[in-house]
Design a binder for this molecule. Structure first.
Ligand SMILES: *[C@@H]1O[C@H](CO)[C@@H](O)[C@H](O)[C@H]1NC(C)=O
Length: 90
């Protein structure tokens, strides 16, 4: 029983150690927003993204994102994205 609790505790702390942290913000307009808070990403969100969507959408944001989704923004006309995978790199 004690060993089980110990194993679960180790798994939780290992998980916390692996979870990526990203800057978060969202704004209207095409200037990249300044970070307003920090997100702890889920396991499928393995990248930090900073994205600008130009006219006619005019939005920018920084947040946790799946790397493949983030890279999809890079190839999208009118979108500028940076995708990275270290804590608070966006
Ligand atoms: C987005 O920005 C462009 C360029 O500044 C502007 O012409 C357009 O009206 C804006 N669109 C919206 C929905 O605000």
């Amino acid at each position: 029983m004690k060993a089980t609790v110990c194993a679960i505790f180790l798994m939780l702390t290992a998980y916390r150690g692996e979870a990526l942290r990203c800057n978060y913000c969202f704004s209207e307009g095409t200037d990249l927003c300044n970070p307003t808070s920090i997100q702890t990403c889920s396991l499928t969100q393995n990248a930090c993204a900073a994205v600008i969507l130009q006219s006619p959408i005019n939005r920018s944001f920084r947040q946790c994102m799946n790397m493949a989704v983030c890279q999809g923004f890079i190839g999208t006309p009118g979108a500028f994205a940076s995708c990275c995978s270290t804590d608070l790199c966006n």
